[in-house]
Design a protein around this ligand. Structure first.
Ligand SMILES: N[C@@H](CCC(=O)N[C@@H](CS)C(=O)NCC(=O)O)C(=O)O
Length: 202
């Protein structure tokens, strides 16, 4: 049965769309409209009423990082899901780290910039978010010193998951000059044809 990915391309479903393109997994895109996320039918798929969600036969899953880690392991190709428990743990590490250390401040800035009426903007919240980013970005920059990808020479799910979160730094034009390794790594990740194909998914 074909895997189904629920959620519009312009949402966190983009993360799952990127991985299915990266791994060449056949999939059906259930694009959904945000207004339909609380319908009884959709709540049977994701009781949170949020996207993305994945349906793989009888198996249903929510949370973008969990979906991607599942797909990486199930459909592994060319070391995208690494072989050792240590490297697998690093994939969890960077995925959880992205969600807990950088996603919220980036989203705060993104929403304020593009989805908030000028009179409703919150410069204090944005300033707080701006203040939260340098520390984790410096950690990332150091981790990428002398390496092409987070685990070494191979692009893995750790890179895809974290880059999918950090891709939000692009529309807000976040300045990566103080973090050149991280900036170059993000460029490499977002230059992949699978990322471009995911963005073009209707
Ligand atoms: N932690 C969740 C967050 C999911 C989430 O908040 N998705 C947004 C779209 S990007 C959503 O469905 N919002 C609708 C709502 O909150 O009602 C994940 O990463 O999957």
């Amino acid at each position: 049965m074909t895997i189904q990915i629920y959620g519009p391309t312009a949402s966190r479903a983009a993360r799952a769309l990127w991985i299915v393109h990266e791994l060449g997994i056949p999939f059906e895109h259930m694009a959904m409209e945000m207004k339909d996320l609380k319908t009884p039918e959709y709540l049977k798929i994701n009781p949170n009423g949020k996207v993305p969600a994945l349906v793989d036969g009888d198996f249903k899953l929510f949370e973008s990082m969990a979906i991607n880690l599942y797909l990486a392991k199930r459909f592994n190709k060319d070391g995208f899901w690494p072989a050792t428990p240590e490297d697998q743990a690093r994939c969890y590490q960077w995925s959880f780290w992205g969600m807990t250390e950088v996603e919220k401040p980036l989203l705060t800035i993104l929403i304020d910039m593009f989805m908030t009426a000028p009179d409703k903007r919150k410069p204090e919240a944005v300033a707080e978010a701006q203040k939260a980013l340098p520390k984790p970005l410096a950690v990332l920059n150091t981790a990428l010193e002398g390496r092409e990808y987070l685990l070494g020479p191979t692009f893995t799910v750790a890179d895809l998951n974290l880059a999918s979160i950090l891709s939000w730094s692009r529309p807000i034009k976040y300045d990566f000059k103080p973090y050149p390794n991280a900036g170059a790594w993000l460029d490499r990740c977002l230059a992949r044809s699978s990322y471009k194909a995911a963005k073009a998914t209707k």
